[in-house]
Design a protein around this ligand. Structure first.
Ligand code: PLP
Length: 392
């Protein structure tokens, strides 16, 4: 007799916040994972844009195991070398050499955004301007800035004094920001909304508008940051934000988040203003350093651009695809019909893990290490996968 499956045990033991899991996965290597029946899948959404180095990358495994063997956790009463090295590295990547700045480490995207929201309160102002379609996380502060009413409304009242503006429209932004605005918070590309890219110049306009009113420009790069779009960060290099939040790809699968305050914004939070037991943990920060080093050593920014171009061409070749949006390896294909959930199911049956952000939109965020051959194999299957009749 066989006992209950992992899926049965899951249903009895975990809160039902995610619905039933699609599969039970047991192992991963590179861009491939295996389920409990031994079936292999090409992972084309990388743990929702997290597994930048793929699964079980030796550099990440070595960094984590050797740090854990050396010093695993000490709390924020003490400093550790990887924590400081990672903060310096992020500042070097994010700002001109002579500009100041400081980092607060958290453990997830929502937590990085909580820290940033508290930081904005230290301007003495409370008003925040956020964009329609935004997703900033599920904790109460991050949720207050997340646009989708179905996610927010059951948990109101939420902290905040938030004005929503249509994403990508500088005039609407200009009309909403006032001298009592603490911050403008924007994703440089909206991931959860379906990989929505704003028109060129939008972030520069946001910078100008925020500066005119003494407000902070806070860019949420939780999904887009650390190489995902083929650059270190998705915001145009000409735009200098005050606050950048990071998570997901930063740890390559080890939980970590970062709230980076640039220039004077880095000094807004002072002693006692915020904290986290695990934030800046040596294992998590060693993991993030290994991710950044490996992106450099293996030229994964270039790879993300090249593989992104390959995947864009492959996706566009299917007649069902209306358009492909995104940059690097954060892409979405919009389908002519509302068949995305069925395409996901069929793809899984054929050994490809996909993700849909809406009824007609599929999001792709494979490991930055995905190979040309992996994507060629997907390209061969794609037209057939995408061609599905809409279910009545
Ligand atoms: N911000 C953005 C832009 C995101 O895409 C996400 C997650 O999808 C979050 C914040 C929340 O991150 P986490 O799920 O790690 O809390």
């Amino acid at each position: 007799m066989t006992g209950p499956t992992v899926q049965d045990r899951y249903a009895g033991a975990l809160m039902n916040t995610f619905g039933p899991p699609r599969l039970t996965l047991v192992r991963g290597e590179g861009a491939r994972v295996w389920d409990d029946a031994g079936r292999e899948y090409l992972d084309l959404f990388g743990g929702i844009a997290v597994n930048a180095l793929g699964h079980a990358h030796p550099a990440l495994v070595d960094a984590v195991t050797s740090q854990l063997r050396t010093l695993g956790h000490v709390s924020n009463f003490f400093a550790t070398e990887p924590q400081v090295a990672l903060a310096q590295r992020l500042l070097d990547l994010l700002r001109p050499a002579d500009a100041g700045g400081r980092v607060f480490f958290a453990n997830s995207g929502a937590e990085a955004n909580e820290a940033a929201l508290k930081l904005t309160r230290r301007t003495g102002r409370t008003h925040v301007v956020a964009a329609e379609g935004s997703f900033h996380g599920r904790t109460m502060g991050a949720l207050a800035l997340t646009h989708k009413p179905a996610l927010r409304e059951p948990f109101e009242p939420l902290p905040g004094d938030v004005t929503w503006v249509p994403y990508g429209d500088p005039d609407a932004l200009s009309a909403a920001v006032t001298d009592r605005t603490a911050a403008v918070v924007l994703e440089p590309i909206q991931g959860e909304a379906g990989v929505v890219v704003p028109p060129p110049g939008y972030l520069s306009a946001a910078r100008t508008i925020a500066t005119q009113h003494g407000a902070l420009l806070w860019l949420d790069e939780v999904q887009t940051g650390v190489g995902r779009t083929g650059e270190w960060f998705a915001h145009e290099s000409s735009v200098q934000p005050d606050v950048v939040t990071l998570a997901k790809g930063l740890g390559g699968g080890i939980p970590i988040g970062a709230c980076v305050g640039l220039g004077d914004a880095g000094s807004l939070l002072g002693p006692g203003d915020h904290g986290s037991t695990f934030g800046g943990n040596p294992v998590a920060t060693a993991a993030a350093l290994a991710v950044i080093d490996t992106i450099e050593k293996e030229s994964l920014l270039l790879a993300a651009r090249e593989r992104g171009a390959q995947l864009t061409a492959a996706l566009s070749a299917a007649g069902q695809v209306v358009d492909v949006t995104g940059r690097g390896l954060l892409l979405a294909a919009r389908l002519a019909d509302a068949t995305a959930p069925q395409v996901v199911t069929r793809a899984q049956e054929r050994g490809f893990l996909l993700n849909n952000t809406g009824p007609d939109r599929l999001r792709f965020a494979p490991p930055l290490t995905v190979t040309e051959r992996d994507l060629a194999r997907f390209a061969d299957a794609w037209s057939d996968l995408a061609t599905l009749e809409e279910q009545p």
